[in-house]
Write a protein that binds this ligand. Structure first.
Ligand SMILES: Cc1ncc(COP(=O)(O)O)c(C=O)c1O
Length: 376
């Protein structure tokens, strides 16, 4: 309980820091498309929030989500963020005696949800340049067996920014099928990637895709995402979802407007993000940080602090004191988290420039920090 209170105060302080430069949670701070803001304002003005949304989501939004992923015939359940999509899947699938198999690094919350259901978590290390920082089908095949209930694949991987090829996705789905496991393809960052293949496109049975409006559309605080799968599977997940009264009406209006303007919006978001990635990678190298994965398919990059003899935590704390939020690796990985920081880049170019400019100072401060308070 004490730890939860400390964690809450940590985020409360960040959220209440005027002008904070949020570059730690892969959120999107590029000015919103006016149509998206207008849709949400109109919804508030019409007091739509007085009523509940349909339990599975507005039909128009469900259709638009399926069309956006390009998987006709599949069904979508709108959830309060991608996190609740995955929570419902874990609740429906994980049991004592089963395993959830994923990578290290991965996104930690599905592991926690699976453990809450009594399942065991198996993590396959991928932080290795010799493996291109990726999971290979052979290594996955070696770790799954008849106990495997869920294979959880984050693609592009947060925090590494690697993404999988179509052939690899096909093989992962075959491996899942061979042991009767559900392949959960977390596609939260797909809109930042080049050449991404959602598993439902190549193997629509026994597979699931989760998506989010937090990152590409900048709606993290609105809490909206979805799970897509065959209609029978979506029904099973919906029955296990705790969001039985639907997701936010206002968020759904924003999401619908977002999908409509996506073709004219996403290109610019990607351009700004890529340019920030490039600028930060150049600066990090100049300053002696390690840049193990120079081409990220995500709206984030990792930089290794080891070459400078400082810890990720010290650097994150030094930046926090100056109003810049970046993330330490341990949030992402028990095995490799002491090696890197993660910086999120779907932000105005000026923010990335501030970080580039201030980084030498943060590094200097980090060198003198002995007692770093707990970070989350
Ligand atoms: C890999 C991954 N999946 C899912 C999410 C959940 O996003 P949300 O619940 O905001 O839609 C995140 C958020 O950081 C993430 O990194």
């Amino acid at each position: 309980m004490g730890n939860l209170e400390t964690r809450n105060r940590y985020f409360d302080e960040l959220a209440n820091t005027p002008g904070l430069i949020w570059m730690g949670q892969n959120t999107n701070h590029i000015p919103a498309h006016p149509a998206v803001s207008e849709a949400m304002v109109r919804s508030v003005e019409a007091q739509e929030h007085n009523a509940y949304a349909p339990p599975l989501g507005f039909e128009a939004l469900r259709r638009a989500i399926v069309a956006d992923l390009g998987v006709a015939g599949m069904s979508a359940l709108v959830t309060e963020g991608g996190v609740n999509a995955i929570a419902a899947v874990c609740r429906a699938t994980a049991r004592p005696g089963t395993t959830l198999v994923t990578t290290d690094p991965t996104w930690k919350w599905p592991c926690i949800f699976a453990r809450q259901m009594g399942a065991e978590v198996v993590q396959i290390p991928i932080y290795d340049p010799k493996q291109d920082f990726k999971l290979s089908p052979a290594r996955l095949a070696a770790e799954v067996d008849e106990r495997t209930a869920i294979i959880y694949l984050v693609d592009p991987n947060n925090p590494l920014g690697v993404r999988y090829d179509r052939d690899e996705i096909v093989l992962f789905a075959e491996i899942a099928k061979s042991v009767g496991a559900l392949l959960v393809h977390d596609c939260t960052y797909r809109d930042f990637a080049t050449g991404h293949t959602p598993v439902l496109e190549v193997a629509p049975e026994g597979t699931v895709v989760t998506v989010s409006f937090s990152k590409w559309l900048g709606l993290a605080g609105m809490r909206i995402g979805a799970v897509l799968a065959s209609p029978d599977l979506v029904e099973v997940f919906a029955e296990q979802s705790s969001s039985v009264l639907g997701a936010s009406v206002i968020a759904q209006r924003g999401a619908m407007a977002g999908l409509e303007v996506k073709p004219e919006w996403i290109g610019e978001v990607r351009r700004i993000t890529r340019e920030n990635n490039r600028m930060l990678a150049v600066r990090a190298r100049e300053l002696g940080l390690g840049v193990p994965i120079p081409e990220s398919h995500g709206n984030f990059m990792i930089f290794e602090t080891g070459p400078l003899g400082i810890t990720p935590e010290a650097l994150v704390e030094a930046a926090r004191r100056e109003g810049v939020m970046i993330r330490h690796g341990r949030y992402h990985s028990e095995g490799f988290g002491d090696r890197f920081i993660k910086v999120s880049t779907s932000v105005p170019a000026e923010w990335a420039e501030v970080l580039c400019q201030e980084l030498p100072r943060f590094i200097e401060t980090a060198r003198s920090l002995n007692d770093v308070p707990e970070l989350f």
